[in-house]
Design a protein around this ligand. Structure first.
Ligand code: SF4
Ligand code: SF4
Length: 274
């Protein structure tokens, strides 16, 4: 857990491709900005230019190019040019040259060759097309940096959700064993232990209030939007740490830009209503 002035950040759950974080006393509006930036403004590499010299497959050139564009590529951090950055290469060159000799041959993402060993298809077993005997492909591709705002193929995030933190109040001691609230909960997080109602995992609560509807005299459910629950699943081009760090950097630079522009605004005294 990390703490700041009046706020704290706690990782509730983490794996290589997903994370859940509790931002205590950081409101949903701010963390929602991070959600939006992470999905649509953190640049990654994706195939964007496709030069097809041979395509005997059943897929037409457009379908093939579209399919290749959607293959996620491992993206080295800050190595390739994005926007008006200077002094970085603009694209990675990749190729796909293959022929089915005497038998049918499925072409996979792992058949793509890259001229940069740090850039490669993340999931080797993505099927691209199936070739019949004698059919072949000869394709060159350029992968360039882009963002999810331009096309979803560049987004490093599959799902990202932000919501307020549920607050479940047990209004009075329950000595009944009717368990109607327990059975009503779709997340199965209410338990009766020794005649006492308890919540086993508050952060799984969706705030649906089905328990409160079942027993309003005993249970009250609210959502605290001054704190945020953040859940993110990633594609894998970048790590979770890189995506979050870059998202916060982008948000801070947007705030700096706003303040700079705001300070340049000339305020005419006469325009201020008395
Ligand atoms: S809180 Fe209400 S619904 Fe739940 S066990 Fe007690 S009396 Fe039954
Ligand atoms: S609000 Fe919904 S999810 Fe939360 S404890 Fe009640 S029934 Fe379960």
């Amino acid at each position: 857990m990390s703490r700041g002035r009046g706020f704290s950040i706690k990782i509730l759950d983490k794996s290589d491709d997903s994370i859940s974080i509790l931002f205590k006393n950081i409101p949903v509006e701010i963390i929602n900005s991070i959600r939006r930036i992470s999905m649509s403004e953190v640049p990654t590499l994706a195939i964007d230019k496709v030069f097809i010299f041979r395509n005997d497959s059943v897929l037409n050139d457009q379908m093939l190019a579209h399919r290749l564009g959607l293959i996620p590529l491992k993206t080295p951090v800050d190595k390739y040019k994005y926007g008006d950055e200077e002094g970085k290469p603009e694209y990675v060159s990749l190729s796909l040259t293959i022929e089915a000799k005497n038998d049918f041959r499925t072409v996979y993402a792992k058949d793509i060759k890259s001229n940069d060993k740090e850039v490669y298809p993340l999931y080797e077993d993505i099927e691209i097309v199936r070739l019949a005997p004698g059919e072949g492909l000869d394709i060159e591709m350029w992968a360039i940096m882009g963002t999810g705002r331009e096309h979803a193929k560049w987004s490093p995030v599959t799902v990202c959700v932000v919501r307020g933190v549920p607050v479940i109040k047990i209004l009075k001691e329950c000595d009944s064993n009717c368990k109607k609230c327990v059975e009503a909960c779709p997340k199965n997080i209410l338990k009766i232990n020794n005649g006492k109602l308890t919540v086993t995992n508050l952060y799984l609560c969706t705030g649906c209030k089905l328990c409160e509807v079942e027993c309003p005299d005993y249970i009250k459910v609210d959502i605290d939007e001054k704190s945020s629950l953040f859940m993110m699943e990633i594609v894998g081009q970048l790590t979770i740490k890189t995506i979050l760090t870059k998202s916060f950097d982008i948000l801070i630079s947007k705030i700096d830009d706003f303040l700079t522009k705001f300070n340049e605004v000339e305020i005419y005294e006469d325009a201020i209503p008395k």
